[in-house]
Write a protein that binds this ligand. Structure first.
Ligand SMILES: Cc1cc2nc3c(=O)[nH]c(=O)nc-3n(C[C@H](O)[C@H](O)[C@H](O)COP(=O)(O)OP(=O)(O)OC[C@H]3O[C@@H](n4cnc5c(N)ncnc54)[C@H](O)[C@@H]3O)c2cc1C
Length: 428
C-alpha cells in the first residue's frame, strides 16, 4: 500500500491522514478509486451538498495511479480529435472543446481558491517534427481560432519558437498561454485535504473493492467481509478496473508510458534550449512530453509499451529521445525514473456514462486526463445533486471494445500500434 517511487512522491508537500476502513458502512454516494476522477467528484459533491454522506475507497493511496505519476501537463482538448464516425454535430464538438478549455481554467481556479501548493507554470508548446505535422498544426490553429473562437493559441515558426524554447528536432509550434503544468500529486492531495474538512465525507486508503451488486441500492464488498451499502456508486478505477467490471475493461487498454526527472542539469546547459520554464509536447504518435518545471528540473516523458513489457533500462530508452530533442543533456543522470498506466480507448475520447440508474463510471482519458478529470468530477457531482446534461454528450460517443479482448487483445493491439510507431520512425 505504498506509493511508487517517483518525483512527485519524493517532493509532495501534503500528508493528509486518511483512515483505514474497519467496519461496514452505509452512505449516500460511494466513490471507487482515489485518483483525480474520484477525488474531484467528492470535492464538488462536498461543495454542492455538504450534508451528503460520501465515502471514497482507494485500494492503495490517494493519487497512487496515473494521477500521482503523470507528466504534469495541464492541457485542453482530448487525446482523440477525430469525430468521424461519431454522432456529434459541429456545435456539440465545439461545446466539448469548450468543456476541455473550462477544465484547464477550473483546475487553476481550484489552485488559486484553495491555495494549493502545486508549482503551476503557464505556457505550452505543441511542436511539429515533420512538414506534415506543420501543415496539420496550421489547420488545427485555424480551427481553434476561427471556428471555436479560441484566442489563446498562436502559430510560431522555428525562429519565433526560439523566444521560448529551441531544439534542432522541431520545425514549428503552437504556443498556448492557457495550457500549463502542475505537480499533479500535490494538486490531488490538496483537493483531498479540502474534502476532509467535512466530517460527512470519508476517504479510506488500502480499501480494495472486490465486487458489487446493484439492485435498489449498491452493495459493495471489500476484504475482511466488509460491506458498504450506498444509494449511488461512482466507478473511477481507470486503467485498474480489471475484473470489477469486464464490460468497462473491454473498452480500455492499459498502456505503459515512462517519465524521468533530471535535477542536476546546470542552468547554462538548460538555457541552450529553454528560454523560460515551459511545457512541451510533440505531434508524434508515440509522443515526447516534457517540461522545465518551477524548480528548473527537467521532467521528460515518452515511450510506450503496448505489451506491458518494459525496456531493460527505462532511463536509457528515454535518453534516446532526449539525445535527439535536447542533444547533450542525455549525459546527465536522472534523479528518478518511473512508469505508469494510461487507459486508452479505441477512439481516444474518454468513456463516461451510466451502468444503471445507480452507477456512473468514468475512464479512458487516453493520456489526457489531468485537466479533464476535474471538470468530469464536477459534471458527475452536478448530475447527482443538481442538473447537468453534458454527460449526454459523453454518453453519445461510440466506444468499441478492443479487438479480441481476453483472448488475443494484446498481440493485435501491438501489431496495430507498431504500424503507427513505424510511421513515426520513417516520418510518413
Ligand atoms: C505516466 C503518465 C503520464 C501522463 N501524463 C499526462 C499529462 O502530462 N497530462 C495529462 O493530461 N494526462 C496525463 N496522463 C493521464 C492522466 O494522469 C490520467 O488521465 C488521470 O490521472 C486519470 O485519473 P483517474 O482518477 O481517472 O485514474 P487513476 O489516477 O489511475 O486512479 C484510479 C484509482 O483507482 C484505484 N482503484 C482501482 N481499482 C480499485 C478497486 N477495486 N478498489 C479501490 N480502488 C481501486 C487505483 O488504485 C487508482 O488509484 C498520464 C498518465 C500516465 C500514467
Amino acid at each position: 500500500m505504498e506509493y511508487s517511487d517517483n518525483y512527485y512522491t519524493r517532493t509532495k508537500t501534503y500528508n493528509p491522514y486518511f483512515n483505514k476502513l474497519s467496519e461496514s458502512l452505509q452512505c449516500d454516494v460511494c466513490i471507487i478509486g482515489g485518483g483525480l476522477s474520484g477525488i474531484s467528484t467528492a470535492y464538488y459533491l462536498s461543495k454542492i451538498n455538504p450534508n451528503l454522506n460520501v465515502v471514497v475507497l482507494e485500494k492503495h493511496k490517494i493519487g497512487w495511479g496515473a494521477s500521482g505519476r503523470n507528466g504534469g501537463q495541464l492541457l485542453h482538448g482530448f487525446s482523440g480529435e477525430d469525430f468521424k464516425g461519431q454522432k456529434h454535430t459541429f456545435d456539440q464538438q465545439k461545446y466539448l472543446w469548450n468543456f476541455s478549455v473550462d477544465a484547464v481554467r477550473e483546475v487553476k481556479k481550484n489552485i488559486h481558491e484553495l491555495n494549493i501548493d502545486c508549482d503551476l507554470v503557464e505556457g505550452y508548446l505543441l511542436t511539429s517534427v515533420t512538414k506534415k505535422h506543420d501543415d496539420e498544426l496550421k489547420k488545427h490553429i485555424d480551427l481553434l481560432q476561427n471556428q471555436y473562437g479560441y484566442s489563446s493559441a498562436k502559430y510560431l515558426s522555428k525562429s519565433q519558437m526560439s523566444d521560448y524554447f529551441q531544439s534542432p528536432y522541431y520545425k514549428s509550434a503552437m504556443y498556448d498561454t492557457e495550457c500549463s503544468q502542475i505537480h499533479p500529486l500535490n494538486y490531488c492531495l490538496g483537493l483531498a485535504q479540502e474534502i476532509l474538512k467535512n466530517k460527512n465525507y470519508k476517504i479510506y486508503e488500502g480499501a480494495a473493492v472486490l465486487s458489487y451488486e446493484s439492485n435498489n441500492n449498491v452493495e459493495i464488498k471489500l476484504e475482511n467481509n466488509l460491506v458498504i451499502k450506498s444509494k449511488k456508486m461512482i466507478l473511477c478505477c481507470n486503467a485498474y478496473i480489471n475484473n470489477l467490471n469486464k464490460k468497462l475493461r473491454r473498452k480500455i487498454m492499459p498502456v505503459k508510458t515512462y517519465v524521468s526527472t533530471f535535477k542536476d542539469i546546470p542552468q547554462k546547459e538548460l538555457n541552450k534550449f529553454f528560454k523560460r520554464q515551459i511545457t512541451v509536447g510533440d505531434m508524434l504518435f508515440v509522443l515526447n512530453y516534457f517540461r522545465l518545471d518551477a524548480h528548473n528540473n527537467l521532467v521528460f516523458g515518452g515511450g510506450v509499451s503496448y505489451s506491458n513489457v518494459d525496456p531493460i533500462s527505462l532511463e536509457k530508452s528515454l535518453k534516446k529521445s532526449i539525445k535527439k530533442i535536447l542533444p547533450g543533456l542525455e549525459k546527465y543522470e536522472a534523479w528518478c525514473t518511473w512508469s505508469g498506466h494510461v487507459a486508452i480507448t479505441v477512439n481516444r475520447f474518454p468513456h463516461i456514462g451510466f451502468l444503471d440508474k445507480n452507477i456512473i463510471f468514468t475512464q479512458g482519458y487516453s493520456g489526457h486526463g489531468l485537466a479533464l478529470t476535474t471538470m468530469v468530477g464536477k459534471m458527475i457531482a452536478e448530475v447527482l445533486e443538481s442538473e447537468n446534461n453534458d454527460i449526454k454528450l459523453f454518453e453519445n460517443f461510440i466506444h468499441r471494445d478492443f479487438p479480441g479482448f481476453g483472448v488475443i487483445d494484446t498481440p493485435l493491439l501491438v501489431l496495430a500500434m507498431s504500424y503507427y510507431k513505424m510511421k513515426d520512425l520513417i516520418n510518413l
